[in-house]
Write a protein that binds this ligand. Structure first.
Ligand SMILES: NC(=O)c1ccc[n+]([C@@H]2O[C@H](COP(=O)([O-])OP(=O)(O)OC[C@H]3O[C@@H](n4cnc5c(N)ncnc54)[C@H](O)[C@@H]3O)[C@@H](O)[C@H]2O)c1
Ligand SMILES: O=P(O)(O)OC[C@H](O)CO
Length: 336
């Protein structure tokens, strides 16, 4: 199988490294848009910008330049870019005859000054809009790139409406250190992947303010409830949220210090502005861009998401960090 990964950030690179480390016959090519970065990766046989201290397996090829030529030679195309670049890439790939899958975990961003009711889309909705003929899917689940690059054990979920696409993802990525489970609930998998990032900002803030482990457990649990409510209202299955792309990824991201979204919350608690927090990461934190859309979709469906609402108010500068928890605790008592 010839796998092409487009986007040489932390996750695209780590997944390409994991696939290329397999002993079976496969070709894995990592396409980087930046010529200098591609050159550096070829020379150093590592992605020193995004994944320090891990060498590429010999079978991984790094390329730059005419991406469509690479696409024509591939059996599977994997989009490793952030959500913000998905629409552009799906447009370019809309006539692609082989499966195209994305790794991004987010909803399309809505500007702070957008008209009330403006709503961004989930990744598969973007695909339906710009590339309806594409055989597509998503690979998600609890997975820090730094651990996957080091071949540490990880379990992922491959979701697609097309059974052959999820089977192909299992064949491409399942191995000794990586388990890949197929799932047909693409809505549930995408909602889990996007909402856990917003919730991780909240737990980062909670931990940064040293509010304690009780408070963190409450945020994770009530966060799972709000993630599930939104997902079910959007057409997902409840049980998906008990799986790897729901509870699994929420626990990892909300509590793991490798998370960039959690780091945003920690930095806000330290008194950094959102701009300073985002700039200091050097990587994308999708929760920052998805939160407003998650809330807009929830409001549209009449779904209550108080933690998300609080995160949006914080990110928009409408609620001071010091008042965020008070805001959540002041809600009326209700049944669990
Ligand atoms: N890092 C992780 O541990 C991890 C794990 C699972 C999923 N994800 C998800 O994967 C996506 C990418 O995350 P990341 O950690 O690799 O981000 P990153 O910030 O490390 O890298 C993003 C990469 O995308 C490239 N890029 C941006 N716009 C592009 C465009 N228009 N065309 C081509 N390349 C473009 C950038 O040059 C950069 O190389 C995010 O949605 C993230 O939520 C990340
Ligand atoms: O670093 P984060 O917060 O973007 O999270 C990375 C992965 O999505 C964890 O599964």
């Amino acid at each position: 199988m010839k796998i092409l990964v487009i986007g040489a950030g932390a996750w695209g690179s780590a997944l390409a490294m994991s696939a290329a480390a397999r002993p079976d016959k496969r070709t894995v090519t990592l396409w980087a848009r930046d010529a200098a970065q591609a050159q550096a990766m070829q020379t150093e046989r590592a992605n020193t910008r995004y994944l320090k201290g891990v060498q590429f397996p010999p079978a991984l090829a790094v390329v730059h330049g005419d991406v469509m030529e690479q696409v024509r030679g591939a059996d599977l195309v994997v989009l490793g870019t952030p959500m913000a670049a998905l629409r552009e890439w799906l447009g370019k790939l809309k006539s692609c005859s082989v499966p195209v899958v994305w790794l991004c975990k987010g909803f399309e961003a809505v500007a702070a000054d957008a008209e009330a009711g403006s709503m961004g889309l989930m990744a598969h909705e973007v695909c339906q809009q710009v590339a309806p003929q594409l055989r597509c899917g998503v690979l998600s689940g609890p997975s820090f790139a730094a651990e996957v690059a080091r071949n540490q054990p990880t379990a992922l979920v491959a979701a697609s409406a097309h059974a052959d696409v999820s089977e192909m993802l299992v064949t491409a990525f399942h191995g000794d250190a990586m388990r890949v489970y197929a799932n047909t609930d693409i809505v549930g998998v995408e909602v889990g992947g996007a909402v856990k990032n917003v919730l991780a900002i909240a737990t980062g803030l909670c931990d940064g303010l040293q509010l304690g482990l009780n408070a963190r457990a409450a945020l994770v649990t009530r966060g799972l409830a709000e993630m599930t409510r939104l997902g079910v209202a959007l057409g997902a299955r409840t049980e998906t949220f008990m799986g790897l792309s729901g509870l699994g990824d929420l626990v990892l991201t909300a509590t793991g210090d490798l998370s960039r979204n959690r780091k945003v919350g920690l930095l806000l608690a330290e008194g950094k502005t959102l701009e300073q927090a985002v700039a200091s990461l050097g990587h994308v934190a999708e929760g920052v861009y998805s939160a407003r859309t998650v809330l807009a979709r929830a409001l549209h469906l009449g779904v209550e998401m108080p933690i998300t609402e609080t995160v949006v108010a914080l990110l928009d500068g409408k609620l001071p960090v010091s008042e965020a928890v008070q805001y959540l605790m002041a809600r009326d008592a209700r049944g669990e």
